[in-house]
Design a protein around this ligand. Sequence first.
Ligand SMILES: [Zn+2]
Length: 342
Amino acid sequence: MRALRLVEEGRLALEALPDPPPPEAGQVRIRMRAVALNHIDLWGMRGMAFAKRRLPITVGVEGAGIVEAVGPGVINPAPGTPVVVYAGLTCQVCRACREGRENLCENIGGIMGFHVDGIAAETVTIPAHLALPIPDGVDWPQAACAPVTFATVQHMLFDNARLESGESILVHAGGSGVGSTAILMAKAIGATVFTTVGSGGKIEKVTALGADHAINYRTDRFEGVIRRLTNKRGVDVVFEHVGPDTWGGSLLSLKKGGRLVTCGSTSGITAPTNLFHLFQQQIRIIASFGANFRNVQEGLAKMASGAVLPVIDSVLPLQDFGAGLERLNNRQVFGKIIVEVP
Ligand SMILES: [Zn+2]
């Protein structure tokens, strides 16, 4: 059984591991087919783990495969079922888990591919409740984008920011995996979408996705453009995941009572906040990390119906995982980078 492992900080290697034993009670073994790359993989490569971990560790946080064996007592999913992997080791017994808010689990056992072994391997063995079935009509690269990318955006836009038809939203980094997904999901419900991109070449691409207005934030102050395009009112929602480079402008882009929802900070860790502006404008800041099982299913349903499909930048062989991360790091991507497991 081969797995892609982080053998020391910053260095990956495809290693041969012993074949796994049969799954134990409550477990399933999955033959992995596709893994999607995310910024969390970059943090993991650089050793920015939030908790202690031991190397080597198998990388890969988001992906899909087919159930090939189940342990005693497991009825669902049955062998042969295509599934995505929910990478958070949730407890299933705490109040948050019982109420379907799994990303707030009080006893989370870590994130696969980050704190504990991940899914960039030929096979992985996981608790059965973390294998969520894929509906018909969704291919492997698409399904691989469901448990983190689609679910995160679904949770941010609809559970947290409560975006509604007819509202306006500013989506940062519209060419990124979550950015492109946010554009598509917001347009699918009838929102007006403003988006920022980091290069002129991406303007045409985000417009093709349906964005109503695209702003190159390297050549234009986006908050000024937003104010001009909205008759100085601002937007209802800002979708943040960039951080210091955009944070101040994001707050200035919101209308009175607007909502800022954030799931990441790819340009740094801290950013100054104008507190007078924050309370006078009655802005709500909502922090979001991951998603619950329902969000994963909602994202998959959007793929299956064709309402929203992930934008795939490229599909690479497993051994090019590191090169894919380099592309992600250099912001040369448009959409998701997928690696196929042979
Ligand atoms: Zn829990």
